[in-house]
Design a binder for this molecule. Sequence first.
Ligand code: GLC
Length: 414
Amino acid sequence: MKPIYLNPTGVIGGAEMCLLDLLAALRADRPDWSPRVILGDDGPLRPEVERLGVPCDVLPLPGRLAALGDAGLGLSTGGRATARLALAARGTGAAVSASTYLAGLRRRLRAEAPDLVQTNGMKAHVLGAWAAPRGVPVVWHLHDYVNSRAVMRKLLRVSARRGVRGVAVSRSVADDAAGAFGPRVPVVALYNAVDLDRFRPGPGDGAWLDGAAGLPAAGGGVVRVGLVATYAKWKGHDVFLEAVAKLPADLPARFYVVGGPIYKSAGSQHDPDELRAKARALGLEGRVGFAAHQSDPAAVYRALDVVVHASTRPEPFGRVVVEAMACGRAVVAAPTGGAAELFEDGVSALASPPGDAEALAAALARLVGDAGLRARLGAAGRAEAERRFDRTRLAGEWSRVYAEACPAAGWRKD
Ligand code: GLC
């Protein structure tokens, strides 16, 4: 069985972690398969894929196309009126580079002769659907909502040729996709999972995180609370900073914003200076530290006592919630979209309504003041992760998807 995975970027965000988890699970359980990865950009993802023994090529997306947000993607799809319309709205430069790129990708895929093409991310879904050789099934791994992006929704609908199916990261995303595509594209929900050995409880190195955030090492007894997220504008950085500003200044706690603007999509990310300026304006200097995106997220969670998820829009899945639970840390999460499916409020994590800084401040004050509650949530979070989010289940689950997508490939299913 030879699946080819297309990923638009070379950086490692949530969707890319999912790809790495899937590849690791397949290498362990299906060593006779020959997966291969094609990236739209070089970056830290490539060596990680190769470390798993999976060949990885880079077919660089033209800068213009890489910079387009998903919602802004205009793609020439060889004469389709609707897609042309979409591209006319977005500028011909991107369209020309898109069609040249598509031709190159098509040639590459034909030469590889895969059994199946799987795509990770909206741009890849469109490109993959148009570039896959005739008769080769295409699986869209859906990490995002489709209906909130009008242009992308249209493009995906015209790209939904025969043989395209969707695997959504949560029931919430699956429902959204089913609404957008109708019966033409069968969609199933398959929860992401994590490496429970990598994301495990244990002592953390708070002083390391202090250093990474440019703060002097905190004394003992200080509770470390952090928002861990990419700098996408809807991840709730503002809400977090506003919540911290509502807490008494003498609370024995320190706050961290960990992450960075890792994706290239123009206009969708916070500018780091703007967030720091906001923290200064709220009088939070010295209490809030900013640490860049870290290559070892498990070390970040373990260095924290409380991990905050504060997305203001429905979160498709919310890997941070699961990773932090797996590390046995107390989690406060906005129960929106798929994130609401990941934990039991008050048992394995605390829910705090999205966009409500007041409520978040109250939840944080409670957690900072109650070590017992933090420990109970952490233990129950780990148990929930072990029960539902162990990545060893991925090989079997995805094999069933692939068996349905290409029954003729003749490989074992379970
Ligand atoms: C996207 C989603 C996020 C999810 C991740 C992995 O980044 O926004 O919610 O956790 O993909 O599926």
